[in-house]
Design a protein around this ligand. Sequence first.
Ligand code: FAD
Length: 390
Amino acid sequence: STMERSASRQSRKKVVAVVGGGLVGALNACFFAKRGFDVELFESREDIRRAKIVKGRSINLALSHRGRQALKHVGLEEKIVAQGIPMHARMIHSLDGKQSPIPYGRKGQYILSVDRANLNKELLTAAETYPNTKMNFDHKLQDWNAETGLMTFVRLDGSKEQVKADLIVGCDGAFSAVRKQFLRRSRFDYSQTYIPHGYMELTMPPINGEFAMKPNYLHIWPRNTFMMIALPNLDKTFTCTLFMPFEDFEKITTGDEVIEFFQKYFPDTIPLIGADTLQRDYFRLPAQAMVSVKCNPYHIGDTCVLMGDAAHAVVPFYGQGMNAGFEDCIVFDEIMDQFNEDFRAVLPEYTRVRVPDDHAIADLAMYNYIEMRAHVNSKWFIFRKYVDNI
Ligand code: FAD
């Protein structure tokens, strides 16, 4: 099939291989397709639109202005916004059960709670509607050659496929396989940091067919070194995310200890989640790790560029990981206009303008993580209300 592909390409436009069909990869495929490139998207998973269970990083996430701007560029803003739930304010839950709203901005301003799997599916479907886009699922990038641009993919059945592209766009997430080649090169800066906290997701079901709490808020239970947040879903559930040091997660080993812990820190949530559910779901999956990745440059020559978490995984305390990744797509697109789609000029310029901004987001997210552990009263949230997303 390698032969077949290079043959059919000769008469066409340049081939752009987008590696990773997650949120940023699927959106990016739309951006490149819109420009008329021959786009090939390679995703290691099966097509999530046909899968029964979709594994992802979080069940829902907050979409904000940056992200919406990028969706707008490819005509998807309205559709995605219609499937999101506006959150006009944070709702701070104090220990005694008191709830205090802190608006995100002026009246009428809000961020949106969106379902990750659904958003990903919509983006894949949008990418697929371009006739010049080919989707390759069950294609896991194993390795690629920075000199020749030749990529090797492995399939579930163990077979291998080699494909060449004019431009490789690495959107394969925090543990990017595309990035591995960057690491072998001189003068590539790279750092990764795991934070001591993990996260666990718990579902708060509807009560009598209605949301168990006020839906148009991002609910927050700030508790010094712990924090829980809850975002609403279209099915009237809330996804609660508990952030806590791994060592504290590990201290809780029995159902009774779970209830004791929630009784002490999140008493108002016990009747809403349900004591039995809580005891069961706490042990369903282990707490997940969070990593921050920074690197520079984001490109190799005129053949490869990193975007999204592959370029900058950030800790989620600023609610901007996906949004920043979506913004990468717009920034790249604007530079493509500026330099007439000449990759030799576009790629270095993208690194030049984008690295400082993405590093700033990573720093702000880490700063917010550290701040949250130190100051966790509503005054602090009021102080931060104009600058962050959580
Ligand atoms: P991913 O979503 O990780 O997608 C990468 C894709 O590449 C996947 O589909 C994967 O299967 C595929 N892939 C991986 N390796 C290969 C390979 N070798 N070959 C082929 N394909 C491969 N961001 C926000 O903006 N707002 C939020 O509220 C928010 N909340 C979050 C909450 C949590 C708990 C976490 C962990 C993150 C949160 N984020 C949030 C961050 C957000 O999840 C990421 O920034 C976003 O998923 C990045 O998208 P991506 O496409 O770059 O990477």
